[in-house]
Write a protein that binds this ligand. Structure first.
Ligand code: 5GP
Length: 114
């Protein structure tokens, strides 16, 4: 049994967040501790703890995460200058919240990944 995280509460509107987009598959909201001028999290509505747990049946959801990332980047007007998409996995990847999520970071020249 996987335990729900704060992201499930955000998706269900139980706790507040600055939600920019939501549909039947994904939710996107601003990170509470932004690491760049634009820092948005794009999250599947169903609880998948990390990338290791992604199955073929989830492909539509993960495709949607990318189309929503592109749509939001355009909305935020960072699409031409560019941005970074990151998905952390488990301890070595730096994942803190065990509900898989994509970070969209931009609005500044980002440094090297490591
Ligand atoms: P991770 O390290 O798991 O890849 O990233 C988790 C992200 O979730 C962090 O950037 C952190 O700031 C963000 N975060 C943690 N708790 C909350 C919250 O309650 N609300 C929002 N909007 N972001 C959160």
């Amino acid at each position: 049994m996987v335990k729900e995280t704060i992201f499930s509460s955000i998706i269900k509107h139980v706790i507040p967040a600055d939600i920019l987009y939501q549909d039947e598959l994904v939710t996107a909201f601003r990170d509470i501790l932004p690491k760049a001028p634009i820092h948005i999290l794009i999250v599947p509505n169903i609880l998948i703890p990390n990338v290791n747990e992604i199955k073929y049946k989830h492909e539509k959801t993960f495709g949607r995460m990318f189309t929503v990332a592109a749509k939001i980047a355009k909305q935020e007007n960072i699409h031409e200058q560019g941005y970074r998409l990151i998905i952390n996995c488990n301890k070595h990847g730096g994942q803190e919240i065990p509900h898989v999520h994509m970070h969209l970071l931009g609005g500044i020249q980002l440094g090297p990944i490591l």
